[in-house]
Design a protein around this ligand. Structure first.
Ligand code: F6R
Length: 609
């Protein structure tokens, strides 16, 4: 993770550009931050905590310069401390880094033998000493960095400056995102275009193995083969307004309430159509989906929960075998590939290292084709797959994923329908019915959000407890898992999810008055079974909080709290039942005075293994 931003300007102090950029990158890490500039000499300021703390230190020190690099950190090697914060320095060279250098231990020994003294516990410090050492045998910073990176293994995006050569900013990437921004009399580089939208919209995405030399007026990119290459210039459409808080207290709250719009925007691809067209997944989608005989979905975290729901949909609607894998596990297994399987990766960011690696691995094992469902247009994942579907959630700033999840589900429901249709498993009437349900979904979600005051009352009771169990059955089991993940990640309340039928096989032993049980109870074929499971909990003194379909008979009673859900279609009900669980986690976290948008120890984009 970590975010990097760098700039060189002919006319102005770049420090405000760097600080502004870091604020936009804080979702990538927020345990410490730092900036280095050249102003006659190399100057550096670092601080523990948020970018705002760095901003104050920079102002106190009157830091200024027309070339600089900056970093916001999510610690991997070495605790969050000023000593470990980037930029790191070796002589007049300074480096910021996102990624992990896997051979850092042996490099450290080698560099120590050469006389370098290490002042931090980071893997990054080997890069800066290595670049410094290469300057003895080559004349330019660009060639020193190119030489240095050939000795690194692992993932990196780096930006480097050198006090002896203040006209050049050098950046390189391999397995971590990095892009260039082109300005007028100034140029930039950053982990994400969001860091640069205030200064430019002209973006050049680097490829793995690229190393770029950036000056005031030029950019020279050399690829992994040592050839000078031109990469296309694209115009980012990211808007500054989309990343403002508006009237909300937290981004997570804003993003929960944006879901009706995000879902409607994602559904714009079917607007006005009375039947589904494969082209919404790419021009080759029809050919690929017709020949697909099985589906494998890989993802992490919340995106993995979306994949689990999709398995129910694809199996039940399309009658097609669908397996779901946690990306970080799949990439190290010896899975048996089926040449007729379509591999799908789901990722909000499109930069999750495990998901990218799992997709590369799946492709190498000879599957039919690849498809990504992603929220970031220019991401590595989208560029690495044959077909893609872009969810239209807009920027998701809160670390806990909300609107990205529900829009992923929308995309997956369309995919399940399409596979069913192309394999002649979906009647015209059923297709119409499902399309109508989808079109009505934003309205349903608006009505569900009106339940917020009732959910707040649940949060009043739950936020003081230390544990919670979440129950669901069938395609709502993954929704229970998602509810538990949300609660633990932002409220720090320990939460576990179980398929309700599993309770009696062990977890029932945990049930007591101090262990609230939150259950998802939509109207479907499993509802009577779920009700029996709830009785098992009540009989043992467990306190139940049930989100129930308004037509399901579950009566409010001592120890039985019920919120009635508005009508929502059976097929799409996992999307509907997600929202109250997001709100519950949010309000519990607020009551515990947690930093909702930046929960401890986490970061939004997990670009390291
Ligand atoms: C939880 C959360 C994470 C992400 C996971 C994958 O709220 O956001 O579990 O879902 O890190 O991220 P993406 O979807 O970007 O691949």
């Amino acid at each position: 993770m970590c975010g990097i931003v760098s700039a060189i300007s002919a006319t102005r102090n770049v420090v405000p550009i760097l600080i502004q950029g870091l604020k936009r990158l804080e979702y990538r890490g927020y345990d410490s931050a730092g900036v280095a500039v050249i102003n006659g000499k190399l100057q550096r300021v670092r601080s523990v905590g948020r970018v705002i703390a760095l901003e104050a230190r920079v102002a106190d020190d009157h830091l200024a310069g027309d070339i600089g690099i900056a970093h916001t950190r999510w610690a991997t090697h070495g605790v969050a401390s000023e000593r470990n914060a980037h930029p790191h320095i070796s002589g007049g060279v300074s480096v910021v880094h996102n990624g992990i250098i896997e051979n850092h231990a042996e490099m450290r020994t080698r560099l120590r033998d050469m006389g370098y003294e290490f002042l931090s516990d980071t893997d990054t410090e080997v890069i800066v000493h290595l670049v410094h050492s290469k300057l003895n045998s080559t004349t330019t910073l660009h060639s020193a960095v190119r030489l240095a990176v050939t000795e690194l293994s692992g993932a990196y995006a780096i930006a480097v400056i050198c006090a002896d050569d203040p006209q050049h900013l050098v950046v390189a990437r391999n397995g971590a995102p990095l892009l260039l921004g082109l300005g007028n009399g100034e140029n930039y580089a950053a982990s994400d275009a969001a860091a640069l939208v205030a200064v430019t919209r002209q973006i050049v995405y680097l490829e793995d193995g690229d190393c770029a030399d950036i000056t005031l007026t030029s950019v020279q990119i050399i690829d992994a083969q040592g050839k000078t290459v031109q990469r296309p210039i694209s115009r980012t459409t990211q808007s500054d307004a989309a990343v403002e808080l508006g009237g909300y207290r937290h981004y997570m709250q804003k993003e929960i309430f944006e879901q009706p719009t995000a879902v409607a925007n994602t559904l714009a691809v079917i607007q006005g159509d009375d039947s589904l067209t494969p082209a919404i997944f790419g021009t080759e989608a029809e050919r690929v989906l017709r020949t697909t005989k099985a589906v494998l979905i890989i993802a992490c975290g919340t995106s993995y929960h979306a994949a689990m729901v999709a398995r129910y949909w694809i199996e039940s609607l399309a009658g097609m075998a669908c397996s779901v894998e946690i990306a970080s596990e799949y990439r190290y297994r010896e899975p048996v590939a089926n040449p007729h399987t379509l591999v799908i990766a789901i990722s909000q960011s499109g930069e999750t290292a495990d998901t990218l690696a799992a997709m590369r691995y799946a492709k190498s094992r000879g599957h039919l084709a690849s498809l990504s469902i992603c929220n970031v247009h220019e991401s590595s994942l989208v560029r690495a797959t044959d077909l893609h579907f872009l969810t239209q959630a807009g920027p998701e700033i809160g670390v806990a994923s909300t609107k990205a999840f529900t829009t992923q589900l929308v995309a997956l429901s369309l995919l399940a329908m399409l596979i069913a249709k192309l394999h002649k498993r979906l009647s015209r009437e059923r297709e119409q019915e499902l399309l109508n349900d989808l079109r009505y979904l934003p309205t349903t979600l608006c009505r569900i959000l009106e339940l917020e005051p009732q959910i707040e009352r649940w949060a009043d009771k739950l936020h003081t407890l230390d544990h919670a169990l979440f129950l669901g059955r069938g395609m709502h089991y993954p929704i229970a898992m998602e509810g538990a993940l949300k609660l633990k990640e932002i409220s720090y309340i320990h939460a576990e999810a179980y398929a309700a039928g599993e309770l009696k096989h062990g977890p029932l032993a945990l049930v007591s008055a101090a262990m609230p049980v939150i259950a998802v109870a939509p109207r479907n074929t499993l509802i009577e079974k779920l009700k029996s499971n709830l009785q098992e909990v009540r009989a043992r003194g467990g306190e139940l909080y049930v989100l129930a379909d308004r037509n399901v008979r579950i009566d409010e009673d001592e120890g039985m709290h019920v919120i009635r859900m508005p009508d929502s279609s059976g097929f799409l009900s996992p999307i509907a039942y997600t929202l109250p669980l997001q709100l519950l986690a949010y309000h519990a976290a607020v009551r515990r005075s947690n930093d909702v948008d930046k929960p401890r120890n986490l970061a939004k984009s997990v670009t390291v293994e």
